[in-house]
Ligand binder design. Structure first.
Ligand code: NAD
Length: 495
């Protein structure tokens, strides 16, 4: 059984209470305080970074061959799988998400470690074609200490997507979970620590450093020993991290926000599109960077489609994540629920029509939780603030379009470019649209499906760089070119 790990955090390979400002974690389903997390201080980030740098240089780690590091990754995957139920329960308590979703996230984290292990075993240094009397090759080396900074919406999956390739690349990691959801990352840290201990490897290869406010994130980003940042979170935080990374001249990958269009053409399979549009926005209660939050329907089908959609949305079951029947669970935090409600009020004040939802659900069972009804709004232009800004909640904006050029102009009129969904039976139209929309990921007749073997990243203000895919480890390595002379007198100045 995993202990609720909040009493101790993982600093420089050891569990202890952090000296930072404590964090109270709240169960958003009922408002109860789960526990107090003894968060890290900036000084403890420094301690963790120094220990991490020593761990990276330790021959026990540095000299491991790829298949030996892959074995560590497989062991971590085994432990995550063995503990999937506990990790899932902890994450549901902390985030409000359904147990079905949090279990899937835990298993996907294990899958990420296995895939990364396979990628590591098959990654090769490259012999590059020589253009002279020498052999040339590219070799890949660890970067050193890397920072991994994550948001609250899918903690363990985001953790795995950074920690697995970072360890595979031979680095050490300082992992910073979000203030609202540190528990599952701490539990995950315990499992990685166990795998490292069993293998006789330096345990300071992973620190898990929750923090109140910006203190810990700032300390990681600005620490001179931290030579790469993997960040997932909001666009404004990403921008500030990119500035700091530019000052240090270190690489940063940024997975940021979105306002993704989901498009229903006049020839779509209506039932499939209805199910897909609802899943795209209301699963995870809309708290998903790739949520399909702007719905574009061809004007000829608009009234019928949106009318039927609203009927079905009203029937979605809202409830706690621990109830297997729940489709829309509470939002992560009461403060976030209030921010979502403010956006709906803004839509009303700008003349939007709230077709369903638009309030917290009524009933004593919802009174103390951070619930919000799934909401559909129309009657606003794409230029309205609620169509342009990320709400990150169960709020769908519906808009009609007239023809393909009008559709592409509206869909692309956004600072974001993360994802897009297209519902159509016309393969050529799907292809054309998929190429014209600014989005890092386009789903055709499906939505919110993910494969670790397919790279993921955003365009425009949705991000820089990618995670996942065959080359996921390369992002956590530095490339070096070697030239090896093969002739006796290869140089012009040789006698
Ligand atoms: P956030 O940007 O507020 O916080 C993300 C993380 O950054 C947290 O751990 C936070 O403590 C830390 N942080 C905050 N200020 C910092 C600073 N100045 N320096 C360093 N670290 C700092 O985001 P959030 O509210 O936790 O998460 C929601 C956002 O994440 C949404 O915008 C969502 O779209 C985005 N997101 C994107 C993806 C993606 O893959 N593109 C995935 C999930 C979530």
């Amino acid at each position: 059984m995993l202990r609720t790990p909040a009493d101790e955090i993982l600093i420089a390979g050891r569990f202890r209470r952090g000296a930072g400002t404590p964090i109270s974690t709240v169960n958003p389903a009922d408002g109860t305080v789960i526990t107090t997390v003894h968060a890290a201080s900036a000084e403890e980030v420094d301690e963790a970074a120094r220990a991490a740098a020593e761990a990276v240089a330790d021959p026990a780690w540095r000299e491991l061959l790829p298949h030996q590091r892959a074995r560590l990754l497989h062991r971590i995957a085994d432990l995550v799988e063995e503990h999937a139920d506990e990790l899932s329960a902890l994450q549901t308590a902390d985030t409000g998400k359904s147990l079905t979703e949090t279990r899937a996230l835990a298993l996907s984290a294990a899958g990420t470690f296995r895939y990364t292990a396979a990628a590591l075993e098959t990654a090769e240094d490259a012999l590059t074609p020589a253009r002279g009397p020498y052999l040339t090759m590219s070799v890949y080396e660890p970067i050193g200490v890397v920072g991994a900074i994550n948001p609250w919406n899918s903690p363990i999956a985001s953790d795995a997507q950074k920690v697995a390739p970072a360890l595979a690349g031979g680095n050490a990691v300082l992992l910073k979970p979000a203030e609202w959801t540190p528990l599952v990352s701490l539990a995950f840290g315990r499992l990685v620590h166990r795998a490292l201990t069993e293998a006789g490897l330096p345990t300071a290869l992973l620190s898990v450093l929750p923090g109140k406010g910006r203190v810990v994130g700032d300390a990681i980003v600005h620490h001179p020993l931290v030579r790469r940042i993997g960040f997932t979170g909001g666009t404004s935080t990403g921008r500030s991290i990119a500035r700091s990374a530019a000052d240090k001249l270190i690489p940063a990958s940024l997975e940021l926000g979105g306002k993704s269009p989901t498009i229903v053409r006049e020839d779509a399979d209506v039932d499939q599109a209805l199910a897909g549009v609802m899943f795209g926005i209301f699963s995870s209660s809309g708290q998903s960077c790739i949520a399909g939050s702007r719905l574009f329907v061809h004007r000829s089908r608009y009234d019928a489609f949106v009318g039927e959609l609203v009927e079905r949305v009203r029937k979605l079951r809202v409830g706690p994540g621990t109830d297997a029947a729940t489709q829309v669970a509470p939002l992560v935090h009461h403060r976030h629920r209030d921010a979502v409600a403010d956006y709906v009020d803004l839509a009303r004040s700008e003349g939007g029509r709230v077709l369903c939802g638009g309030a917290a659900p009524a009933g004593p069972q919802y009174a103390d939780g951070a619930y919000y009804l799934p909401t559909v709004i129309d009657g606003l232009p794409n230029s309205a603030r609620v169509c342009q800004e990320e709400i990150f909640g169960p709020v769908l904006l519906a808009l009609p379009y007239d023809d393909e050029d009008d559709l592409v102009a509206q869909a692309n009129d956004s600072v974001f470019g993360l994802a897009c969904g297209i519902w159509t039976r016309d393969a050529r139209a799907a292809w054309r649209l998929a190429r014209r929309i600014d989005a890092g990921t386009v789903w055709i007749n499906t939505y919110k499906q993910f494969s670790i073997s397919t790279p993921f990243g955003g365009m425009k203000e949705s991000g820089l760089g990618t995670e996942k895919g065959r080359d996921l480890i390369r992002a956590y390595q530095r490339q070096k070119s070697l030239y090896w002379g093969t002739a006796e007198s290869p140089l012009p100045w040789a006698n």
